[in-house]
Structures are given as structure tokens and as C-alpha cells.
Design a binder for this molecule. Structure first.
Ligand code: MG
Length: 318
């Protein structure tokens, strides 16, 4: 079990407390501002500004706050490790308050529907406004809330949406392209589009919600016009690091939900999300009503759900 101590300002600690609001512990140790527990980490923030991370995820969780390790650690904490740069994904210090492009994707794990990738530019002076509008980690928001927020922010932040429709996705997949490569190409293109939109203005940072090691990401982009390596940084759970990624995620989900609505209309019934048993049944229904040939424009064919749906059709069990 690892321990990590970092030192933060009071504003950052207030922000942290908000971030962990659903995971706060009732009992706070003496001298602490709050204590919270995630599945892999206990976080305790002290009045002194020191924040202690304990547990298997301590490095990852501390890296989220991207701050340098305290030079004035207590004797008890002196055995703890500093946050290695790699755990922070090489994030520049203070990135969360910079004018930044963030990008994120939706739909990669859904049997029905496209992959949608959005890159969005959030200027630092827009950060408070976006917070006010409710922009935060989209995993905490339901579809209705996401749609409502997306409708407002789409006119506030410059962004680019890339939609990889099912037909094209299936063709690329069958030609041997990995989903990782597709995503790299889409993220890169969305970011290039936003850079062009905001030019001559330049972002202070570009943050991609990490789906692959950065070396692999650039490997995927070999031979293409790519945003320079030095300008891009990666982090997992980047939605929690910069609001630009949270905004991108909300806009990507909005586009995905809208697309699923279109597919539902074409199918004549409500298309489910995800890759669970309910999508097998829906695909079986679709095959029976429209024929097998309709599938490539609705689903990601290489998912195991395709065979499961066909089995249901053969057994007429749905
Ligand atoms: Mg993501």
C-alpha cells in the first residue's frame, strides 16, 4: 500500500472536496479539512495544505491533482514517495487553470452507434462560467442533464465533432485497423480542426483523455499530419483535470445520444446503449424486421453481440 503526500493551496483543496463530495467520510482526523474514500484510495486534506493519499491508487489519485510533492514533509510522511512525473502523465503544473483544448470520445464500448470524438477549447476566463453551467465529469450526469448542458455550451466553446459512422467503422475494422488507431486519428483530426478554428490564438495546453500510451498514439499517427508531440499531454480521467475535457466529453455524449435517437427512429424502436444482453435482443429484432444486411449501418460488427443476436434469431428466442 503506497502513500503519497502533496501540498496544495486552499482553493485547490476546496475544489478537491467538491470533487470527492460523494465519497466524503463522516469522521475527519484532527486538523483535517476533509477525508474521502475512493475504491482504491483514502484521501485526507489537512489545514496545512498537505494532502495524504493512502492505498493502491494513491499515486494515480495524487497525480490527478498534478501538484509537486511537498518539500516539507512530516517525519511520518517522509517515507512516502513523491509523485513520479509519469503518474501525472507529464502534465504541466497548474494545467487545470490554463486555456486548453481537451478531447474525449464516446461510443467505443457501445454495440450500436458510432464513435464520436470531440475536441473543445476552453479559455481560462471561461472556466468559472462553464462550472456555473454545470460542466463536470459526464459520468456524474444523466443523459437529460448532458443534453441540457451541451445545448448551452456548444455556443460558448469552439469545438470539433468527429463522427465515425458504423458503415465506415466496420470497413476500417475489417481492413485490420484497430479501434485504438481509429481513435488516435479522430482525436488528432478534431484537435487540428479546433486549432484551425481558434488561430491565431494558441492554447496553453492540449489534453487528451488517455486511451493508449502516448508512444502508441503517435505510432498510430505515423505518416499523417499530427499535432506535435511536445504540445500534447495525456491523462486518464482527464475530465477531472481540465474542464475542456469535461466539455468535450459532454458534447461527444450529446452527439452520440442524438445519433442513437436517429438509429431508433430508423429501426422503429428504442435502440439500447452498451453491450449487454439488451443489445443482443434489439439487434435480433432489427435483423428480423429489416434483414441482416441492415446491421453494418447500425452496429460494430466485430463485437461478440453480433453472433449472440444471430443465435437469438436462429432460435427465435427474443
Ligand atoms: Mg475517454
Amino acid at each position: 500500500m503506497g502513500n503519497v503526500v502533496i501540498k496544495l493551496g486552499i482553493n485547490e483543496i476546496t475544489e478537491m472536496k467538491k470533487y470527492y463530495s460523494k465519497q466524503l467520510l463522516e469522521k475527519n482526523p484532527p486538523g483535517s479539512v476533509f477525508s474521502a474514500k475512493t475504491p482504491g484510495c483514502v484521501i485526507t486534506a489537512y489545514n496545512s495544505g498537505k494532502v495524504l493519499f493512502q492505498g493502491n491508487d494513491s499515486e494515480k489519485e495524487a497525480g490527478r491533482w498534478g501538484s509537486v510533492a511537498s518539500s516539507a514533509m512530516t517525519a511520518a510522511a517522509s517515507k512516502t514517495k513523491k509523485v513520479p512525473t509519469s503518474a501525472k502523465g507529464d502534465l504541466p503544473p497548474g494545467i487545470s487553470q490554463m486555456s486548453a483544448i481537451g478531447s474525449d470520445e464516446v461510443g467505443t464500448g457501445d454495440f450500436f452507434g458510432p464513435i464520436t470524438v470531440v475536441a473543445a477549447y476552453v479559455k481560462k476566463e471561461h472556466i468559472p462560467l462553464l462550472k456555473e453551467l454545470g460542466v463536470r465529469d459526464s459520468k456524474d450526469l444523466n443523459d437529460d442533464k448532458i443534453i441540457a448542458i451541451a445545448k448551452v455550451i456548444k455556443d460558448v466553446v469552439p469545438f470539433s465533432l468527429m463522427t465515425l459512422k458504423n458503415d465506415k467503422y466496420n470497413k476500417l475494422q475489417q481492413s485490420g485497423m484497430s479501434q485504438g488507431k481509429m481513435k488516435a486519428i479522430l482525436h488528432n483530426q478534431a484537435i487540428l480542426n479546433v486549432l484551425e478554428k481558434i488561430a491565431p490564438e494558441q492554447p496553453e495546453a492540449i489534453l487528451i483523455d488517455q486511451f493508449v500510451q502516448s508512444s502508441t498514439y503517435f505510432q498510430h499517427l505515423k505518416g499523417q499530419k499530427a499535432v506535435a508531440k511536445e504540445k500534447v499531454c495525456f491523462s486518464t480521467k482527464a475530465e477531472g483535470i481540465h474542464l475542456a475535457v469535461a466539455a468535450a466529453s459532454i458534447l461527444a455524449r450529446y452527439a452520440f445520444v442524438q445519433y442513437i435517437d436517429k438509429l431508433s427512429e430508423a429501426a422503429g424502436f428504442k435502440i439500447p446503449k452498451g453491450a449487454g444482453a439488451q443489445v443482443d435482443v434489439a439487434a435480433a429484432k432489427l435483423i428480423v424486421s429489416k434483414g441482416r444486411d441492415i446491421l453494418p449501418s447500425f452496429v460494430k460488427l466485430h463485437f461478440a453481440n453480433t453472433d449472440k443476436a444471430l443465435a437469438l434469431v436462429n432460435k427465435r428466442k427474443f
